[in-house]
Design a protein around this ligand. Structure first.
Ligand SMILES: [Zn+2]
Length: 161
């Protein structure tokens, strides 16, 4: 064993944990059993849980999530463009979900307002990012063609006069 190897320079007393407040813990009454059940919130959970705390609820109706900053685009659905949230990702967990995979934090992506892709584990979310990234590459290519086609079109219209 080498005694000479220097001790790893790990900031043992770094104030890393001081920036993240401890996860919230609260309890509700399990509507099936009548017994209190405690919940440890997801880090960064933005739900205040006041409608569930201390009340009778079904465990599967309990979830935590954390919202991303919304980004909106004018989407035309009914003839009038309307600002809609586009490509928002929520990190959600349903600790008592009958769907086992939902008991671990997963991503929910809102493509356009109220149109969601649910249950994305890290691999699934990565696949979605890659798909959208490929789509953006295609859009850049289409943009290039648009500029060309438009210039050609305008050139033809001008020479047709
Ligand atoms: Zn929560």
């Amino acid at each position: 064993m080498s005694v000479a190897s220097p001790a790893p320079v790990v900031a043992a007393s770094a104030p890393a944990t001081s920036t993240t407040p401890p996860p919230r813990t609260w309890a509700f009454i399990n509507r099936r059993t009548g017994r209190p059940q405690s919940v440890v919130c997801l880090d960064g959970c933005t739900i205040n849980h006041s409608r569930e705390q201390g009340r009778e609820v079904f465990p599967e109706d309990v979830w935590c999530w954390t919202w991303a900053e919304p980004m909106t685009l004018p989407v035309n659905e009914n003839g009038i463009p309307e600002e809609m949230a586009v490509l928002s990702t929520v990190i959600k967990v349903e600790p008592f979900s009958p769907t086992i995979s939902q008991r671990l934090p997963y991503a929910v992506v809102e493509l356009v307002e109220d149109q969601f892709i649910e249950n994305l584990d890290p691999d699934g979310y990565e696949t979605l990012i890659r798909t959208l990234s490929d789509r953006l590459d295609q859009m850049r290519e289409t943009h290039r063609r648009l500029v060309e086609v438009r210039a050609a079109y305008m050139g033809r219209s001008a020479s047709a006069v």
